[in-house]
Design a protein around this ligand. Structure first.
Ligand SMILES: Cc1cc2nc3c(=O)[nH]c(=O)nc-3n(C[C@H](O)[C@H](O)[C@H](O)COP(=O)(O)O)c2cc1C
Length: 340
């Protein structure tokens, strides 16, 4: 069984990648991911704020206004837990690279172009095989136009591409008005991969204490449907590789991801819940399923269930939507009958 896959110009022994999470915070846990069979590991993110905090009086402005709103009070990370030394991060990449023989992908997380992106080169020089850029930006400014939000991503990508030669992927959220066009632009600007999707952590409200609770709920397989749809629509239409993140929990999720056209499927929640050894379980089940269904390689199934052959996916999606809504008509018909 050939499980190898090509992602961002890298050859991975299988398509299961450990997504950015605290599981990459130590060399020991990265080793566990590798032993369990991960095709690659994406490191947790080094944040723009951490880099700038090191360099300036940024923390003063960062903390300013912390008390001004119930959400602000609880939502802004406090300095001590957040203020890891960027150089420690780079050293960890170098140590991880020496410890395991699978690709290590560094991760930078920021929202503005600027001097901090030079850390992309530091991460490259530490031996990272690739870099993931996570622009976790929530456009709360009512005056900001969509094009300005998109150009933020373009500018960060441009600046990073100027300083590194390793492949760069961008991790996106799904809330763009024309995701295919935006994805295509990123690909043209030199992104080697797109990771769909970043997951916004949406706070809840504690009604008893009238507090905003920055609640981090892990994902489940139901959430896979959103990236499945978009990878399916983008596969074959843009140059760069596609990765699925969000909702990959078991071998069926991996299979679905590959079939819609993902080159890799990434896991964070499933590994945090079940431990690194979950990767070996999923790999065994994946292989067994492929043998039973007479697949010889992962490549054989990649994109087999995508929308690529549809000339006009928009009208098909609309028709499907109407059919699904209509299927609930049977329920109301049943209500009508029982009320007679
Ligand atoms: C505790 C935790 C920490 C995370 N840290 C990062 C991070 O540092 N950088 C990043 O890009 N994504 C981070 N993520 C997001 C994951 O990489 C992933 O995109 C998201 O959880 C959706 O995938 P999942 O359904 O497999 O959890 C984190 C997720 C969790 C649950």
């Amino acid at each position: 069984m050939n499980l190898t896959t090509q992602y961002m110009g890298l050859t991975l022994k299988n398509p299961i990648v450990a997504s950015a999470s605290p599981l990459s915070r130590t060399v020991a846990s990265i080793e566990q991911l590798a032993v369990a069979g991960a095709g690659a590991v994406v490191m947790y993110s080094l944040f723009e704020e951490q880099i700038i905090r090191e360099q300036t009086l940024y923390s003063h402005y960062f903390d300013l206004g912390n008390e001004s709103h119930a959400e602000a009070q609880t939502y802004l990370p406090q300095s001590p837990s957040y203020n890891a030394d960027p150089d420690d991060y780079v050293r960890l990449v170098a140590r991880a690279k020496k410890a395991v023989d699978i690709p290590i992908i560094g991760s930078l997380n920021g929202v503005s172009a600027g001097g901090w992106v030079k850390y992309a080169k530091e991460i490259q020089d530490a031996g990272a095989d690739g870099l993931e850029l996570n622009v976790y930006f929530i456009p709360a400014n009512i005056a900001a136009e969509g094009a300005a939000v998109e150009s933020r991503y373009f500018e960060i990508l441009r600046q990073v591409k100027e300083v590194v030669r390793i492949p760069v992927a961008m991790k996106l959220h799904p809330f763009f008005s024309s995701l295919p066009h935006f994805a295509c632009q990123l690909s043209k600007l030199g992104a080697s991969g797109l990771v769909l999707f970043n997951r916004f952590y949406q706070p809840d409200i504690d009604l008893e204490h009238l507090e905003v609770t920055p609640h981090l709920r892990l994902s489940n397989s139901d959430e896979l449907r959103l990236p499945l749809r978009w990878v399916s629509l983008l596969h074959g239409r843009i140059e760069c590789d596609l990765a699925i993140s969000t909702g990959v929990h078991n071998y069926k999720d991996v299979l679905k991801g590959l079939m819609v056209g993902a080159k890799v499927t990434m896991m964070a929640s499933a590994l945090l819940q079940n431990g690194a050894s979950h990767i070996s379980t999923v790999l065994a089940e994946l292989t067994e399923w492929m043998e039973t269904h007479e697949y010889e390689s992962v490549q054989q199934m990649q994109g087999s269930m995508s929308h690529v052959l549809l000339a006009n996916p928009e009208s098909v999606l609309r028709t499907n939507y109407m059919q699904v809504l209509d299927s609930w008509g049977k329920v109301t018909a049943h209500w009508d009958q029982s009320s007679r």
